[in-house]
Design a protein around this ligand. Structure first.
Ligand code: SF4
Length: 363
């Protein structure tokens, strides 16, 4: 396993460089490239060619390496399959939007939560990611924005090539790795100047983790993956519901969002199933469930993001029809619940979170 330059502190980096027979000032030059997300020493243009070659032989720049990069046809979305130093794989996604450049990062390799519709949990939890490993996903995206082939920039602004928004919603449950996620967000705020209000942490409903965020006290956004309006239904697709019931999760989430005067994000994947005759039936998105969900959320400061399900070969759900999706949304809106249908980004480059990693394992 090669040493990772990014993980050295300044004194360690200087020692490493001087042990290679190089002057001390090279360490500062290397640090500057690392902060910009240089994927290898070959990209460090102001270093002598022989040092770049030597460095690439003996060390790795970041704690994540790009294994695969997929660009959507419209150029707005880039997905990265990344390998960690111990050969575990994770994904991150860069989305160029009208409001800025948003990166969805992973917080764990694999996931222990076992949600029945999700690809990321099929191989179980491998391990928590370190703050460095989460932070490096932002640097990979930042490098892509500044040096990649796609020239689309948010708001058409050619200078807008920085990451402006962070969503911790990739592989893993962030609140099973709260300390490292907080460490990462603190660094992104202080070193990349990304404001708290442009950060979102998503949870499947780890109640003590939500209280940890309350104790931490930063005014970030919170998203709860709800996916069902009753405990009975939710427990069939999300095992975590056997531990923390919907009422408990929403009470903690309300406390968090009221403290910071933020709107709570509710994520709701719309699932269908095939019946014995091969007909699609609605699983969690019948009109009755839309009414139940409306009652559950009435009076809350929240936004429901409806996400039509993305196919995962290993799972036996199907995507409901466009009509069913719109009918579900119409009922929520009629009942006064802020609701939008999440625009699917990059469906041409692999859909659900975790699929890129899974498909690569099958190659
Ligand atoms: S949906 Fe999120 S919490 Fe659930 S298994 Fe997938 S990655 Fe884990």
């Amino acid at each position: 396993m090669k040493p990772v330059l990014f993980s050295f502190n300044d004194a360690e980096l200087q020692k490493f460089v001087m042990d290679m027979g190089e002057p001390k000032f090279r360490a500062a030059q290397i640090r500057d490239w690392l902060q910009r997300g240089a994927p290898d020493a070959a990209s460090m243009k102001n270093l002598p060619a022989n040092l770049r070659e030597k460095l690439d032989l003996v060390a790795q720049t970041l704690p994540v390496k790009i294994v695969k990069k997929l660009q959507s046809g419209d150029g707005e979305t880039t997905k990265f399959l990344l390998e960690l130093n111990d050969a575990e794989q994770i994904e991150c996604v860069l989305m160029r939007t009208t409001y800025g450049n948003s990166v969805c990062v992973s917080s764990q390799a694999g996931c222990a939560m076992g949600c029945k519709f999700c690809a990321s949990t099929l191989l179980g939890l491998k391990r928590n990611l370190t703050p460095d490993e989460i932070y490096s996903q932002i640097l990979v995206a930042q490098w892509e924005l500044r040096n990649g082939d796609v020239k689309i920039r948010a708001n058409g602004d050619a200078n807008n090539n920085d990451v402006s928004h962070i969503v911790v919603m990739g592989t893993g449950e962030p609140l099973q790795n709260t300390e490292n996620v907080i460490g990462f967000l603190e660094r992104a705020n202080s070193e990349l100047n990304i404001s708290w209000r442009r950060m979102t942490v998503s949870t499947c409903g780890i109640v003590p983790g939500i209280y940890d965020l309350i104790k931490w006290g930063r005014p970030i956004n919170l998203a709860v993956s709800l996916h069902a309006p009753t405990d009975e239904l939710r427990s069939t697709i999300m095992p975590i519901n056997n531990k923390y019931k919907i009422a408990e999760v929403l009470t903690a989430a309300d406390e968090f969002t009221n403290l910071h005067n933020r709107q709570l994000m509710i994520e709701y994947i719309l699932l269908g199933k095939k019946d014995k005759n091969g007909e699609t039936i609605l699983y969690n998105c019948t009109p009755e469930y839309a009414e139940t969900l409306s009652k559950l959320l009435t009076g809350k400061n929240c936004m429901v993001n409806l996400i039509p399900w993305n196919a995962v070969d290993e799972r036996d759900f199907v995507s409901p029809s466009g009509n069913a999706v719109h009918r579900f949304q119409d009922i929520l809106i009629k009942n006064g619940i802020h609701t939008r249908i999440r625009r699917e980004r990059g469906t041409d480059i692999g859909s659900a979170c975790g699929q890129l990693r899974l498909n690569n394992k099958k190659d």
